[in-house]
Design a protein around this ligand. Structure first.
Ligand SMILES: NC(=O)c1ccc[n+]([C@@H]2O[C@H](COP(=O)([O-])OP(=O)(O)OC[C@H]3O[C@@H](n4cnc5c(N)ncnc54)[C@H](OP(=O)(O)O)[C@@H]3O)[C@@H](O)[C@H]2O)c1
Length: 274
């Protein structure tokens, strides 16, 4: 499948979480296809560097919009900035995310609230703000980055998994709503990817990538964009992870609970980790 180059109907993309990992790879690939880019993430310097490098390499217009997206008002503020700079978005990539291990009863309430704002509230409201214009123009794509953890309810990542499950459900429902107007909605649900998401959490990311346990962000970005342009509903990159996803859906709750009792990194059941 060839990726669609920028043209009259699709010219500009917004990518959240664009300064590193999967979002950065998606932004670079869209830049190589001629799309003008509005790039959003939290760290200003890294984002400026990413935007300048893509503009220099591919000759597209890029704008860096440093925003904390884990706030209730983030989506409306971001949309306000986009109209100030005259960017009309044809492709929305809702990618920004964070991760933490730990049970809900042990979670830092502020970190948990921020994850919900970032994974649930902001991406949903960006669709609400930006999709009406796509619907009017009968053109556009939304790519929503979820995770394979959306397909089963695993203990130890209750906030992460449930928020990614919301994104999968939201994506499917909105796809039906917008599909009749020629606007595509695709959910990208990768398995483990070698990115900074796991930084400082004791995960040997580089080793896992070399062993093939983790995918490279470039591969995942390519698969996700292919799926988006093809109009797929859900994309789980890698045949092994597609099989694992199917198998995990069939797991009985008792097996998951038994696994949790033997998972040392989650702490002893019945005893708080902290
Ligand atoms: N890595 C995996 O194994 C994996 C698997 C499945 C799904 N995913 C999903 O893929 C997406 C991208 O993650 P990644 O793996 O590429 O990790 P990453 O390299 O850590 O990228 C995360 C991006 O999100 C941005 N972000 C985080 N908090 C933000 C905030 N409050 N406001 C604005 N931007 C914020 C980060 O920007 P700053 O650095 O500036 O904060 C960064 O650009 C996430 O939604 C993640 O859940 C990842």
């Amino acid at each position: 499948m060839t990726l669609l180059r920028a043209g009259d109907r699709l010219r500009t993309a917004l990518v959240t979480g664009a300064c590193s990992g999967i979002g950065h790879a998606i932004a670079r690939r869209l830049g190589s296809l001629g799309y003008d880019l509005a790039l959003v993430s939290h760290r200003r310097e890294e984002l400026d560097a990413a935007a300048s490098a893509i503009a220099a390499e591919h000759g597209v217009r890029t704008i860096a919009l440093p925003f904390d997206l884990a706030r209730a008002e983030a989506a409306s503020e971001l949309v306000g900035r986009l109209s100030e700079v005259g960017f009309e978005i044809d492709i929305l990539v809702n990618n920004a995310g964070v991760f933490f291990f730990g049970e809900a009863a042990d979670a830092d309430p502020e970190a948990a609230r921020r994850m919900l704002e970032l994974h649930v509230v902001t991406p949903s409201l960006l669709v609400t703000h930006l999709a009406p214009r796509m619907r009017e123009r009968r053109a556009g794509h939304v790519l929503i980055v979820s995770s394979i953890s959306a397909f089963q309810d695993f203990p130890g990542i209750s906030y992460y998994g449930a928020s990614k499950k919301y994104l999968l459900g939201f994506s499917r429902a909105v796809r039906s709503e917008l599909g009749v107007y020629g606007v595509g909605v695709t959910c990208l649900a990768p398995g483990p990817v070698a990115t900074a998401l796991y930084d400082a959490k004791g995960v040997p990311v580089e080793l896992a990538r070399r062993l093939g346990v983790m995918a490279s962000p470039d591969d995942v970005a390519e698969r996700g964009l292919e799926a988006m342009f093809r109009g797929d509903e859900v994309c789980v990159p890698g045949i092994g992870w597609r099989a694992a996803t199917l198998a995990s859906r069939a797991l009985p709750r008792a097996a998951i609970d038994a696994f949790r009792r033997r998972a040392p990194w989650l702490g002893a059941p019945g005893r708080p980790k902290r």
